[in-house]
Design a protein around this ligand. Structure first.
Ligand code: NAD
Length: 546
């Protein structure tokens, strides 16, 4: 009875105009003449109905005519608010071109400016004042069936540091990628910021800053607020998956340890990055005819990214029959103070398991001594893969594998061109942000972009498809293997250890299937295995086509 009442009220009040102003129903100029007559839209639209394809074309022209990156960002965000299906159609069909706007680097600029370019609210804000009331205020969110939350506390936004509540741009951007790349329905997605204050003086003094104007909550007060949030959303939305994003490394590790066995959650900076990088190493092995078990890997940087990658490589090596200790013996870490060794007393908890026995050395000495085939930069320190470093790698290896993952390209440990020039064109190179194609002595090389977007959307889709109770490292392991298997000969030919972004939906589907299978093998799936797994997942995927 209640339902039919609300239905009647809706029927009475939903005018054609409402359809145009609701982002979910709006098709703009694509409403057909018949629809215009039937839905009360006559007179409200220009005369000529157009196809969605033409709307995509017009949107891209509008997008491209903007002079500044930030204006392109604002344009896309308002398209998302105006006509959701068109936004996702545009994003999906022009992912390569739009990725740098929706995500790094422009999303970073947008976060810096978030309080300045603010037009209308989106996402969900939780502050210290909400303590004790989080479950209640969640009732204000308009969607009842939330399946996916991306949450940050804004303390380490990309390479930009503490941006406080301005970090909201990150969950919004990541969730847009989830929908575009893995078809998670937008109504199931909830961007969340834990606005626990900021230590950024510039923001605290900015009259336009919209976040909580106090120093960051720390210690017990911080952790218990996050506890309340995680418990409240998991209670209210029984199928929800929580992705932690852009927390400061010590908090990232501590929160992941605290929640991973209790809730359906993961940390993308640690685990998603790991999946992406391991996939890159696996397909680099294909190029160089080596196997993972033989590889020695040296990391520059020992934070969330490097440690996450190392943990996953260890899982892979253990599955290949090595002991934990043997696996760790394949890995070296150098941070700004040199090699991680046991005698150092300045190591963070997550560094300790990778501290080696032996002498403290600098970066070059470690390369000489460890003779790694793989060098992975996750330091945020630009230019640290110097000519000497790359030449040394190329002296030790026929085809040195060199990943400069720090974002954006201005932070990369070396550029694509440098990696090729200094290795006489022999390096297998990948970077965190895309470099333009390189013409190396007549060969056009387009190295791969180690973007987490190859991993997290597919993992999320798989976890949601089988309602896995937990997210495990083994799922990321299979996601990495699957991603590597999606790399085609022609990708390798152009020097890329990753597939083209235009294949992303297929890649996400493959990864989701692998994750579902692993969830079943691990006894974590809470949905029966469907007869036709591919078809079942494919039909779950949101299609933005009208
Ligand atoms: P983090 O702050 O947790 O870790 C940074 C680490 O680098 C620390 O161990 C620090 O000691 C070390 N470091 C700093 N300066 C150094 C120097 N000059 N030489 C050697 N080591 C130095 O950060 P994180 O989350 O691990 O991210 C690190 C970098 O990796 C960032 O630049 C980020 O853009 C990049 N990253 C890329 C991807 C991707 O490409 N998909 C994903 C995650 C992180």
């Amino acid at each position: 009875h209640h339902n039919s009442m609300t239905y009647k009220i809706e029927r009475r009040t939903r005018t054609g105009y409402d359809l145009l102003t609701n982002k979910r129903s709006n098709k703009g100029t694509a409403f057909t003449l018949e629809e215009r007559r039937r839905l009360g839209l006559e007179g409200l639209l220009p005369a000529i109905p157009v196809t969605q394809t033409l709307q995509v074309e017009r949107s891209m022209r509008n997008f491209r005519r903007k002079e500044h990156d930030i204006d392109r960002y604002i344009y896309l965000m308002s398209l998302q608010k105006r006509n959701e299906r068109l936004f996702y159609k545009v994003l999906l069909e022009h992912l390569e071109e739009l990725m740098p706007t929706v995500y790094t680097p422009t999303v970073g600029e947008a976060c810096l400016e978030y309080s300045h370019i603010f037009r209308e609210t989106r996402g969900f804000y939780i502050t210290p004042d909400d303590r004790g009331n989080i479950a209640r205020i969640l009732g204000n969110w308009p969607e009842k069936d939330v399946r996916l939350i991306v949450v940050t506390d804004g303390q380490r936004i990309l390479g930009l540091g503490d941006l406080g509540a301005n970090g909201m741009g990150i969950p919004i951007g990541k969730l847009a990628l989830y929908t575009a790349c893995a078809g998670i329905p937008p109504q199931q997605c909830m961007p969340v910021i834990l606005d626990v204050g900021t230590n950024n003086e510039t923001l605290l003094e900015d009259p336009l800053y919209l976040g909580v104007r106090q120093p960051r909550l720390t210690g017990e007060a911080y952790v218990t607020l996050v506890d309340e949030f995680v418990a409240a959303v998991s209670q209210k939305y029984s199928r929800v998956l929580i992705q932690f994003e852009d927390f400061l490394s010590p908090n990232a590790f501590a929160l992941l340890d605290r929640y991973r066995d209790q809730y359906r959650c993961f940390n993308d900076d640690i685990q998603g990055t790991a999946g992406m990088a391991l996939a890159g190493v696996l397909s680099a092995c294909r190029m160089t005819n080596q196997i993972l078990k033989e590889m020695r890997v040296l990391f520059l940087g020992a934070g969330s990214a490097a440690t996450g990658i190392a943990d996953l490589i260890c899982s892979a090596l253990r599955e290949a029959g090595l002991s934990e200790e043997e696996a760790r013996d394949h890995l070296w870490f150098v941070d700004e103070h040199g090699l991680l060794v046991e005698q150092r007393n300045d190591l963070a908890p997550h560094n300790q398991r990778y501290a080696r026995k032996g002498l403290h050395q600098d970066f070059l000495a470690t390369i000489r001594h460890a003779r790694p085939q793989v060098l992975i930069g996750a330091s945020g320190a630009p230019g640290t893969f110097t000519e000497e470093v790359v030449r040394l790698m190329a002296e030790i290896n026929e085809q040195p594998i060199i990943f400069a993952l720090s974002n954006p390209t201005s932070k990369a440990e070396c550029s694509a061109l440098q990696a090729y020039q200094w290795s006489d064109g022999r390096a297998v190179f990948a970077s965190g942000s895309a470099f333009p194609p390189v013409n190396y002595e007549g060969r056009i090389l387009q190295p791969g972009q180690g973007n987490n977007v190859y991993i997290f959307p597919g993992v999320g889709l798989g976890v949601l498809a089988c309602n896995a109770s937990h997210v495990t490292d083994e799922m990321f392991l299979d996601a990495a293997r699957t991603l590597a298997s999606c790399v085609r000969e022609e990708d390798l030919q152009r020097g890329s250890v990753y597939p083209s972004l235009s294949q992303i939906r297929d890649v996400s589907l493959e990864i989701a299937m692998a994750v579902v299978k692993r969830a079943h093998a691990q006894g974590l799936a809470q949905e029966p295995m469907p007869e036709n797994l591919r078809e079942t997942i494919a039909t779950m995927m949101y299609d933005p086509t009208y």
